[in-house]
Unconditional design. Structure first.
Length: 156
């Protein structure tokens, strides 16, 4: 009986316990502008620079060694109701890399913050797809700085 009363009270109070925070604003054509970064697996770095005017780019980087980076230029941009579809065509890079990639997904963005949950689809040349989460900002630079700080803290 006590359990039933507790469940009943919990159900009555549930609407009152809902969060008061507003959901982040869905990504728009304007808020998409900026630098976005993401890491797939342990080593594949993506950096996307979306500009309000002029060309925008996506870089896929497999290694710091020369020859493992591919530069793509944005050729199609569609942002509606928080959903994005971005198509990029290869400018330079390894022959084994896809000639064209498309990012499809959704997310939020404002000021210098945001997150896109996308699927990267290799649509020309090499075929395949996988999830790619991009964060607005230069997260990898911050992580590199934190790594250097940690290294300095460790006694030699």
């Amino acid at each position: 009986m006590v359990t039933r009363i507790a469940i009943f009270v919990a159900l009555l109070l549930a609407p009152l316990a809902s969060a008061n925070e507003d959901a982040p604003p869905p990504v728009t054509n304007d808020s998409l502008n900026g630098v976005w970064e993401g890491i797939v697996g342990d080593w594949i770095l993506y950096r996307m620079d979306i500009r309000p005017h002029g060309d925008s780019y996506l870089v896929e980087n497999f290694s710091p060694q020369k020859g493992f980076q591919t530069l793509y230029r944005l050729v199609q941009r569609d942002v509606r109701s928080g959903r994005v579809r971005l198509r990029f065509r290869k400018v330079t890079g390894a022959a084994f890399m896809a000639d064209e990639v498309t990012l499809r997904g959704d997310g939020y963005a404002y000021d210098r913050r945001g997150e896109l949950r996308t699927t990267l689809v290799q649509t020309a040349g090499e075929k395949g797809s996988y999830p790619l989460r991009l964060s607005k900002g230069t997260r990898t630079r911050i992580l590199a700085q934190m790594s250097k700080q940690a290294e300095k803290l460790i006694p030699r």
